[in-house]
Design a protein around this ligand. Structure first.
Ligand SMILES: [Zn+2]
Length: 111
């Protein structure tokens, strides 16, 4: 099933296939501040509409995207095109899709 979500103001829309089975909660320095809950897809399975603002910390291997208008963190994309995975913030979607999912703790702070 296809799910569609968006940032608060609607400038960025994200559509993805498939139901998430858990919600990743990461304790790294950026995720603990944004409060994002992550699910992952192949970039080919995700459609992002609208242009966000990218943020790269240091030599990080990914770009974290947020809306330049409302500030909501929407997704991250890998820098390595061979890395077939991107992260999507489940909080963009209707709560019924993710609020009762098991939380999967990601110890990003230790990486
Ligand atoms: Zn927005």
């Amino acid at each position: 099933m296809k799910h569609e979500g968006s940032c608060h103001c609607g400038a960025i829309r994200v559509a993805m296939d498939g139901d998430p089975v858990d919600a990743g909660e990461c304790n790294c320095s950026i995720c603990r501040r944004t409060g994002a809950l992550w699910t992952y897809r192949s970039p080919g399975e995700v459609e992002v509409t609208g242009t966000g603002v990218g943020y790269v910390q240091g030599d990080a291997t990914l770009t974290l995207w947020h809306c330049g208008t409302c500030g909501v963190v929407t997704h991250w994309t890998p820098h390595d095109p061979a890395y077939d995975r991107m992260g999507i913030n489940l909080r963009l979607f209707e709560p019924a899709l993710w609020e009762n999912l098991p939380r999967r703790f990601i110890d990003g702070a230790s990486w």
